[in-house]
Write a protein that binds this ligand. Structure first.
Ligand SMILES: [Cu+2]
Length: 146
């Protein structure tokens, strides 16, 4: 009888230790682990982009340059409020439009153009610069809505 009593005590102790261990893990675990699969935030998501320029000189003196939206691809959720902020770094001016929409505008060097948008339809939207239609294809960015 005495032996059984000790065993029960041990079982209780082990159980308590496990509960304490899990509680500690739950409270100390990085918050990102708990929010990764969480609810979609309701507030506006800000996305920053810049206008960039690649430039090089070949051995024969020829200069090559290409303008880019950077990042070149962004992913947003359907019906999510987004504010795309495009900062003009390289290039004096970029007249642009988003294909398949009536959205257009301009990004100027040293200025930030904000595009508060909600995409209601899934798809890949092209952000096309009308100023820089260059040798290596247009200055183009992709907005993936899914
Ligand atoms: Cu451009």
């Amino acid at each position: 009888m005495h032996f059984v009593f000790i065993k029960k005590k041990w079982l209780l102790l082990c159980f308590l230790l496990i509960v304490i261990g899990f509680s500690a893990w739950y409270y100390l675990a990085p918050k990102s682990i708990q929010t990764v699969a969480g609810e979609k935030p309701k507030e506006t998501i800000n996305i920053d982009m810049v206008t960039a320029e690649y430039k090089t000189k070949l051995d024969n003196g020829t200069e090559l340059e290409a303008y880019r939206w950077d990042p070149g691809t962004i992913v947003v959720e359907k019906n999510q409020k987004v504010n795309i902020k495009i900062h003009g770094i390289n290039g004096m001016e970029h007249q642009f439009h988003i294909e398949g929409t009536n959205i257009s505008g301009v990004v100027k060097k040293g200025k930030t153009t904000e595009l508060p948008l909600v995409f209601k339809k899934e798809g890949v939207y092209k952000l096309i610069c009308d100023t820089h239609n260059q040798k290596f294809g247009p200055m183009i960015g992709y907005i993936v809505v899914d």
